[in-house]
Design a protein around this ligand. Structure first.
Ligand code: SF4
Ligand code: SF4
Length: 372
């Protein structure tokens, strides 16, 4: 976000309401982080007073607690259980419906989402990287998903640099954070008295110009740069490399898969919180009168029994094969599909796993432990 420092502005905290009201005036529904049920989740913002100022998110394997931020910052928390995913790839939605008309013929119709314009404030660098991966899947040439595309087109993304990574974060090792580098409309870096603000798109530039910010000073830009470097250096978790395809695919019979399967509950929490997972199931919901039916898409998980069910048998009948499927797809065969790993280092699957399984630890045990 600091590639064109001469175009950076400085937004004092007192001007944050102007950003929210400007986006609202442009017709955006403003969403941002709020405190709810002990976690930070994206909800509609009435004003910056709804932001979780003064909070941090303490995270560890199987652990997430909100704590106080001694510096009373707006964005001192690292991330919550949600990324952008639920806002672009809905957890459940109708794809089409069918009705029987008076003559008894069936009439099929596509159902497309209304998709309001949505501005999301507080998007993290890992979330932007995950959104780029979801785009690669849902918007690929010849297979463009109209439901995803309609929501995606309506997003205005206000990214925020991470200054306080959680112990579960490892975006520096995947190359996806903690400073946003691409994919945002606006990006903010929070300092003691305001934000260094830069635009990343024409839409963002237009909004920034209306705020009439003073140019950021070289000292402010350097402080933001150093803050990002310090946040990267503070991360203690890592993956053993960015392309683990061959290393993992040559260890499909490693005994570690049995060890992790003995702990894994196959609950699917990791896939639900993962911002890059895109598996879904499709079901039909017929009306009781037999005159209509809706075809629904719902999030699915490769940890579920039905996910591997094919023509009367299950290709992944046990937890060992499901965990292996998840990890090797995410970190190995994703390279074949999308040219990179499917992990952006957000650490959500570590914090929200009820038994604290840590994919960085599992990967290290599989790879750094050597071939058995
Ligand atoms: S790894 Fe953890 S979160 Fe994922 S399915 Fe197993 S127990 Fe659930
Ligand atoms: S695999 Fe885990 S750390 Fe990687 S992107 Fe998904 S939730 Fe985040």
């Amino acid at each position: 976000m600091f590639s064109q420092p001469d175009r950076a502005g400085f937004m004092p905290f007192a001007q944050l309401p102007s950003l929210v009201s400007r986006l609202s005036a442009l017709g955006y529904r403003c969403l941002g982080p709020t405190r709810e049920n002990g976690a930070i989740v994206m909800r509609e913002l009435e004003s910056p007073a709804d932001l979780p100022r003064g909070l941090q998110a303490e995270q560890a394997p199987g652990h997430y607690r909100l704590t106080s931020d001694p510096h009373n910052r707006y964005f001192a928390w690292s991330n919550g259980p949600q990324a952008i995913k639920p806002l672009s790839f809905a957890p459940q939605e109708s794809l089409w419906r069918v009705e029987r008309d008076e003559a008894g013929s069936l009439r099929f119709a596509a159902v497309l989402p209304a998709a309001d314009k949505q501005a999301i404030i507080g998007v993290r660098a890992c979330d932007l990287a995950a959104l780029a991966l979801q785009d690669a899947h849902f918007l690929r040439a010849g297979r463009r998903d109209p439901h995803y595309a309609r929501r995606r087109e309506q997003l205005f993304l206000v990214a925020v640099q991470c200054a306080e990574p959680a112990s579960t974060c490892f975006c520096a090792s995947t190359g996806d954070g903690p400073t946003p580098t691409a994919g945002y409309d606006l990006a903010l870096a929070e300092l003691a008295d305001g934000f260094v603000a830069v635009a990343g798109s024409d839409k963002g530039d237009a909004v920034l110009k209306t705020l009439s910010l003073a140019p950021a000073t070289s000292r402010q830009i350097e402080a933001a740069r150093q803050q990002g470097a310090a946040a990267a250096a503070a991360q203690t978790r890592r993956l053993p490399g960015r392309n683990l395809r061959d290393a993992l695919m040559s260890r499909l019979e490693h005994p570690r898969w049995d060890e992790v399967a003995a702990r894994c509950l196959a609950c699917g929490n990791c896939t639900a919180v993962c911002p890059t997972c895109f598996c879904h199931a499709e079901i039909d919901e017929p009306a009781l009168n037999g005159q209509a039916s809706r075809h629904e898409r719902i999030w699915d998980s490769c940890f579920g029994e039905s996910h591997g069910h094919l023509h009367g048998f299950n290709v992944r009948p046990d937890i060992r094969s499901r965990y292996r499927q998840w990890l090797t797809h995410k970190l190995a065969t994703w390279h074949d599909q999308f040219g990179r790993s499917g992990c952006v280092g957000c650490g959500r699957c570590i914090a929200w796993c009820p038994v604290g399984i840590d994919l960085t630890e599992e990967t290290a045990a599989l790879i750094e432990g050597g071939q058995p």
